[in-house]
Design a binder for this molecule. Structure first.
Ligand code: PLP
Length: 396
């Protein structure tokens, strides 16, 4: 009998009851705007920022409308202006180069390794081309952050971390987002906490924090924040920092606060699923498992493997056959951007040079979401299906 998987790769878990109740109470009082608070009331958004800052062990946190907005705000806060070059990953998703383009800056792509992290030799070679690196921890893979920071510190490059897939991850025990000048997170449905849309920005730098708060559209209400610098810091920047509205509202924050409390437990559940999938795929002929470095604490909310040097038709055949058995795989090597998946050369508003070594890796990356609605038995079944279909095409 041919086994078929019938679960949905896009179905996340429901919002926890406690979060639903918190959301309903915000709806009942009607004060959804973050600065609309009753006398003495601490708004949900300000509390979320305070709690996320404490969880990350960072001084300042700002909640915003989306992860992409957090990235663009970070670029503005560090002083990127139109025409500036900004280094970034060739292997990432569209909102990353999009955030750079949104401030009129020019992305310069840095290659990807078979470990699916930024190619640090390529970064070192391009380090004299820009003063800012937008580092995307794409699909949760962390590069050797110690070496990366050494390269960037030596070259005087400011690092902004895109932690859309690394909320809860760490390198050598340092939480992802704490090494760069600014760390940015997404609270969009497919990330590690779910408010539909939303973003968080963290930093230890008081000036960057104050600028980010002003940029997000705080008018002159910044004193209502609980994880922002003191008013004197705002005094220095407030007349010179434009309002580019992109605040988070109290409804989303109310949904997120209980999820933040559960996050450590959710990370454990993701990793249980990830390990089952990884074990099930290991040793499949023609398939390369992406080995995770010892120093990396990851969050297995998605899994990638490589079909390195496979012909296009054969990769398409694997995807088709797995799809027919209910296993939805995404291919980063596809010539056309589809769904959430795209390649650096799909972003035609950027002039990019070909990177043959990266093209070889990108052409082999197969990507799969791991929603927590999957059981461990589901993950075993999915791995059996992929193993069988990759094997069948490999041997044909
Ligand atoms: C989702 C995502 C973002 C941006 O998040 P949004 O909240 O959707 O704007 C940034 N980078 C990566 C790699 C992402 O996957």
């Amino acid at each position: 009998m041919t086994e078929i998987f019938s679960g949905s790769f896009t179905q996340q878990e429901p919002i926890p009851d406690e979060a639903i109740e918190a959301a309903v109470s915000v709806l009942r009082h009607g004060r959804l705007h973050r600065y609309n608070v009753a006398p003495g009331e601490l708004g949900e958004t300000a509390l979320l920022e305070q709690e996320f800052a404490a969880w990350m062990g960072v001084k300042y946190c700002l909640a915003v409308a989306s992860g992409g907005y957090a990235l663009a705000t970070a670029l503005r806060a560090v002083g990127v202006v139109p025409g500036d070059p900004v280094l970034t990953n060739a292997f990432t998703l569209a909102p990353v180069p999009g955030s750079i383009a949104s401030v009129g800056a020019q992305p310069i792509f840095v290659g990807v390794t078979e470990g699916l992290t930024i190619d640090l030799d390529d970064l070192a070679a391009k380090a004299d081309q820009a003063k800012v690196l937008m580092l995307s921890h794409m699909r949760g893979h962390l590069c050797d952050m110690d070496r990366l920071m050494q390269i960037c510190d030596t070259a005087g490059i400011t690092v902004i971390e895109d932690c859309a897939h690394t909320m809860g991850a760490a390198w050598n025990g340092v939480a992802s987002g704490r090494q760069g000048a600014i760390g940015c997170y997404s609270c969009q449905t497919y990330k590690h906490v779910n408010s539909g849309e939303g973003g968080l920005l963290i930093t230890d730098d008081e000036k960057l924090a104050a600028k980010a708060v002003m940029l997000s559209g705080s008018y002159m209400l910044y004193e209502r924040h609980l994880a922002a610098p003191s008013p004197e810091v705002f005094e220095r920047i407030k007349y010179h920092t434009p309002n580019v509205s992109g605040r988070m509202d109290n409804l989303r924050a109310a949904i997120l606060r209980p999820q933040l409390c559960d996050l450590d437990a959710q990370v454990t559940r993701w990793n249980e699923r990830y390990r089952v999938l990884e074990e099930g795929l290991r040793g499949t002929p023609g398939l390369t498992v992406v080995e995770r470095p010892e120093a990396e604490t990851y969050v297995g909310s998605s899994i990638q493997f490589l079909l390195l040097d496979w012909a296009t038709e054969r990769v398409n055949e694997v995807i088709r056959r797995c799809g027919a058995r209910g296993v939805e795989l995404k291919w980063f090597g596809g010539a056309e951007p589809t769904g959430f998946t795209s390649r650096y050369d799909s972003w035609r508003y950027v002039e990019s040079k070909r990177m043959p070594a990266s093209d070889r890796v990108l052409a082999g990356i197969i990507d799969m979401r791991v929603p927590l609605t999957f059981s461990l038995a589901d993950c075993q079944l999915i791995a059996r299906i992929i193993r069988a279909e990759v094997g069948a095409v490999y041997q044909s």
